[in-house]
Design a binder for this molecule. Structure first.
Ligand SMILES: Cc1cc2nc3c(=O)[nH]c(=O)nc-3n(C[C@H](O)[C@H](O)[C@H](O)COP(=O)(O)OP(=O)(O)OC[C@H]3O[C@@H](n4cnc5c(N)ncnc54)[C@H](O)[C@@H]3O)c2cc1C
Length: 284
């Protein structure tokens, strides 16, 4: 289908984009890579009068070092995040996740910020950003504010970004030297996750010193498996060593039941995939 007619604006600064948002209010929609928005417009599930394309705002693109964190511009394409040397060094979990995100064409058009702002519970980026303690930098007419990942994801397709705000950057605290793995369960290639587990693990002297675990599609928002993280401290990074901790992976989750699996099946998957993800992340 062809989208309903809309006006189009391509500002070159965040201030200009915010001004347009303020002027058009509910009638405006932000366009990033368009990989989720354009299907929505084509199906006429949304018909904004004004589309504000962020593609010409250079300051929103790229990865930079900011001391104890790396900062990823919201308009950085998935493929560019995946091959960035700072990301590889300090947030090795992200390239492992992006490898499994959609297909090569979508990874070259879709953006890091767009995927997170879209907040699809089956989207792959929420769980790793939550697990790594990411922070979201959001610009509005009154200036910028920073929101912790734990407060960013509000509900299904709903985030802390206000109607008159723009996500500009995502700060990821450095996890230099941590092992990482993303275990994504799908039936066919390039599918959205039925369940997936993002794991970052720091080992010390042959045991797990610290672990950070995020779950994809185990609720209406990404879930941090804190019970597993606590139970993994001091465990041996082997299938037997992590089994008891991984058994707690479904605690506090509320997964959906749909054609791909029941909630109980997803809970079972979360436990199995967590064990596999942690062992792989620890290099076992
Ligand atoms: C066939 C297909 C398969 C896919 N498979 C997967 C998959 O397996 N895993 C996965 O994680 N994703 C998948 N995706 C989605 C992909 O990751 C998209 O990149 C992502 O959902 C949206 O990113 P985008 O840059 O295209 O944003 P857009 O589609 O342009 O925007 C998405 C939404 O976010 C808002 N938005 C975008 N940027 C900002 C911003 N900076 N500030 C405020 N609001 C903003 C827009 O207004 C819109 O509502 C798939 C997409 C397709 C089409």
């Amino acid at each position: 289908m062809i989208p309903a007619a809309f006006d189009y604006l391509a500002p070159t600064t965040v201030e200009e984009a915010l001004g347009a948002l303020a002027q058009h209010g509910d009638d405006a929609k932000i366009l990033a890579g368009g990989q989720s928005l354009l299907p929505v417009l084509r199906m006429r599930l949304n018909a904004p009068e004004m589309v504000i394309d962020l593609g010409r705002i250079d300051s929103l693109r790229g990865v930079r070092d900011d001391g104890d964190a790396i900062v990823i511009g919201a308009m950085t394409q998935h493929a560019d995040v995946a091959k960035d040397p700072l990301v590889a060094e300090h947030a090795a979990l992200l390239p492992k996740v992006i490898e499994h995100l959609a297909d090569a064409q979508i990874r070259h058009r879709g953006t890091f910020g767009g995927a997170l702002a879209h907040a699809d519970p089956a989207g792959d980026l929420g769980a790793p950003v939550l697990a790594l303690g990411g922070q979201f930098v959001i610009a509005g007419s009154g200036g910028t504010r920073t929101v912790e990942a734990s407060d960013f994801f509000v509900d299904l397709f709903e985030t802390a970004i206000g109607d008159d705000e723009i996500l500009t950057d995502v700060r990821i605290p450095k996890h230099t030297g941590w092992g990482a793995h993303y275990e994504k369960f799908v039936r066919v290639a390039h599918q959205w996750a039925i369940v997936a587990v993002a794991a970052a693990v720091r080992t010390d002297g042959g045991t797990i010193a610290e672990a950070r675990i995020g779950l994809t599609n185990m609720g209406s928002t990404p879930v941090r498996a804190t019970a597993v993280e606590s139970a993994l401290a001091g465990a041996s990074p082997t299938a037997d060593g992590v089994r008891a901790a991984a058994e707690q992976a479904a605690e506090g989750t509320n997964p959906p039941s749909d054609l791909n699996g029941t909630a109980d099946y997803r809970k079972h998957l979360a436990r199995v995939l967590t064990g596999r993800a942690v062992v792989a992340a620890a290099g076992g």
